[in-house]
Ligand binder design. Structure first.
Ligand code: UTP
Length: 416
């Protein structure tokens, strides 16, 4: 049972968020109850402390950054087959599940609807979801298994995503048998005065808590339990917006199993030293990803004795985890990073305000922050043209956009 209005007032007073009840009387009973429930379950201490940190620069300038070792898939020679055989055996043994992170807002692409429903303009007019489902089914066939597919949505796009899958008969998967949907967590958005925003529906305005929320959501929503029931030991986690994502890779799996690591990640070499991508590194001796904005020109251009970039392995959100690693990572929250975004809201008079410039803080966790909890991790360099065709921006931007992804996809699949 939810708290009553007086109890809600007293909680909000304590945290200086009394405005949240401004439109309470205008709400119908269902929404009144939902709002009280939000107030009861909200971690206001956390929100206040996140807001207090918004004016502080992230304290990482004293971190010790060093290069990380990696393997190049196409320089493996004899070990290639060796790892591949180990991986194939595990896949045939139904030890692998695939997770697609589809909870992002896709603001840069500007598509009206979940990003996975986007048609990149192939003659087939297949959506990103369908392109991903095609590869997953094809790969499964090679090993005579159906790889279970788990799709992470946000509260905002969950309904539309499931309706889309329903309309397409789950692309041949069976709901709750080999395809599962789960929601990621959310955090409220806060204005520059630290006040929590109220959304158009009169409730607290929340936004997805970043792709780093995945571990906690996999655990909290019972997906890890489900995976264990299915006998899964390894989980590939990738983004929805890479139409060449290779979710089933026996070499990657073989390396993880043989080297006894709990996380194995794929990288592609940077297109040029100054490409704006995060790269794998060691931070204070632990595996991590360093953002392009954190790297000096000198570091970005530094090369090893073979002429390879020391910080050249881009993180492409193609990562394999043991199920124990996910459980461990899901047990404690990751740090949150702050982004300043445009967000519409109801003002103190209950009027809708649609800003034309950023007005609110959004808090997000990054998936790769969890790598720091791992002692050793494998990084496998793969070929960009085979595995990485991101759809991030609108075509007008010209890079990582539907046009470039479509060209890469067609080239890979030899489509004219
Ligand atoms: P991006 O960081 O590129 O974000 O997500 P985005 O939301 O798709 O796009 P922008 O930044 O708003 O333009 C990389 C992957 O992580 C997923 C996305 O769906 C995409 O597959 N993601 C991101 C989530 O699942 N949840 C999040 O909260 C954020």
């Amino acid at each position: 049972m939810s708290i009553n209005i007086e109890e809600a007032k007293s909680i909000l007073k304590k945290y200086g968020q009394e405005h949240i009840l401004n439109s309470y009387e205008k709400l119908d009973d269902h929404y009144k109850k939902s709002l009280l429930n939000q107030i009861e379950t909200m971690d206001f201490e956390l929100i206040n402390s996140l807001y207090k940190n918004t004016d502080k620069k992230e304290k990482n300038e004293n971190d010790e950054i060093t290069p990380i070792d990696y393997l190049d898939k196409y320089k493996l020679k004899d070990e290639y087959k060796y790892y591949e055989n180990i991986g194939k055996k595990a896949i045939r043994g139904k030890k692998l599940a695939a997770v697609t992170m589809a909870g992002g807002q896709g603001t840069r692409l500007g598509h009206d609807g979940p990003k996975g429903t986007y048609d990149i303009g192939l003659d087939s007019h297949k959506s990103l979801f369908e392109l991903l489902s095609d590869t997953l089914k094809e790969e499964g066939k090679k090993y005579d298994v159906t790889i279970p597919w788990f799709i992470m949505t946000s509260k905002e796009n969950n309904k539309d995503t499931i309706e889309f899958f329903e309309k397409h008969k789950y692309f041949g998967f069976q709901k709750d048998k080999n395809i599962f949907f789960f929601n990621q967590g959310e955090l409220p958005m806060v204005n520059t005065e630290g006040k929590i925003l109220i959304g158009e529906n009169g409730l607290i305005k929340q936004a997805a808590d970043g792709h780093g929320g995945i571990y906690e959501s996999l655990v909290k929503t019972g997906m890890v339990k489900k995976m264990k029931e299915l006998g899964i030991e390894w989980v590939f986690i990738g983004g929805v917006d890479n139409c060449l994502v290779k979710m089933v890779d026996p070499v990657l799996m073989g390396i993880a199993i043989d080297k006894n690591v709990t996380v194995a990640c794929k990288s592609v070499v940077k297109a040029n030293p100054h490409e704006k991508v995060g790269v794998f590194c060691k931070r204070n001796g632990r595996p991590n990803v360093i953002e392009y904005s954190e790297i000096t020109d000198e570091m970005a251009e530094a090369r090893d004795k073979n002429g390879e970039l020391l910080y050249g392995e881009s993180h492409i959100l193609c990562n394999l985890f043991s199920i124990e690693a996910i459980e461990r990572m899901g047990a404690s929250p990751l740090p949150y990073h702050v982004a300043f975004k445009k967000a519409s809201y109801l003002d103190e008079n209950g009027e809708l305000v649609v800003p034309d410039s950023p007005n609110a803080y959004k808090f997000e966790a990054f998936l790769f922050d969890a790598f720091a909890a791992v002692d050793e991790m494998a990084v496998l360099r793969v070929k960009r043209e085979e595995e990485f065709a991101p759809v991030k921006n609108a075509d007008s931007v010209g890079i990582d956009c539907p046009k470039t992804a479509r060209e890469l996809y067609k080239k890979f699949y030899h489509i004219d």
